[in-house]
Design a protein around this ligand. Sequence first.
Ligand SMILES: Cc1ncc(COP(=O)(O)O)c(C=O)c1O
Length: 379
Amino acid sequence: MNDFRRQWDDVRDDALRAFDAVGRSGWYILGSRVREFEQALGASWGLAHAVGVASGLDAIELVLRAAGMRPGDRVLTTPLSAFATTLAIVRAGGIPVFCDTTETGLIDLDEARATLRAMPGIRYFVPVHLYGFPLDSAGLRSLIDEFDLICIEDCAQSIGAEEGGIATGLQGVAAVTSFYPTKNLGAMGDGGAVLTADPSLAERIRCLRDYGQTAKYKHSEIGLNSRLDEVHAALLSGAFLPRLAGWTERRREIAVRYLRHWKSEKVRPVAPEGWGSSGWRPCWHLFPVRVSAREKASLMAWLRGEGIGTGEHYPILIPNQEAMRTVSNSCFGSLERAERLSAEELSLPIHPYLMDEEVDQVLAAIERWEQGMRVPVGE
Ligand SMILES: Cc1ncc(COP(=O)(O)O)c(C=O)c1O
């Protein structure tokens, strides 16, 4: 699914230089490297303020708290995402409310509207641009305006994605992202960021990420230790961020190769038909496909046997996770589409260092599986 050794061969010189510069500076926490990276990230995203934090999970929690969410407030979100999206809401004291997704796995904005009508008083909204597929920005804007929502866009998977020329993350009060190594802009460890146009929100998050400290040893509120460290900031700005645009283009090329050469009938890409014609430009964090739930394990085992890794995003809906039994949450209506996609989805390899021949091998392996050369699981 990823090849970090190929990545290291490429970034090594820049990464070692960045690391050396931090060592020589003698300053490891909240110094000039974090500030430089924040500036570069904000400029590349078109948002004035970026705040580096310890993870994408913390980024969501910190924005919810900084934006005034109170314990017991309900927060509308998607049932199909990394668990962290909901965990952040729970950690901030919120009560997650889930509604169904579309067939492409993104929160269904019509269902979200129906939920907000049926449950008046919900002010907070955390949609996810899952798989790197951008949500419809005009639809998102009109929902935010209609219900006066405080929207935090989970862009952990969508850095570089845009729709109608508009980047994800520009409709809400803030965009949050993650630098977990597998992400499109991944560090060599954990990290995350909040991006916003609102200077006071950014300032409050800077304070909260550093123990709620406004000046040395002066604490105005109860914060966290959630700082992006200098080493990661230096690696990100010196080695990874300058490559991001090229990496995104390569992901797009790979996706186009998969889609153009697609033959299988039983296995279908999750991307919507006509995806390429409408200004819808995913950053292809993942290349999700679906197959009947009955045959998914067989296909995954077959691909594994051919040396091809796959993933599942995500096999258990968040409200069905065992951990959710212990916390208040609710679902609006049926989550039928999300349930079905979760049962049927698997993700094929897509990353900037994947070669065309490898994409062709994946396609050929799927075709052979379909032609009946399948290994039944368990036999
Ligand atoms: C959609 C989404 N939101 C949030 C997160 C959490 O990010 P992190 O792993 O940096 O805490 C992730 C990554 O796992 C993610 O994919």
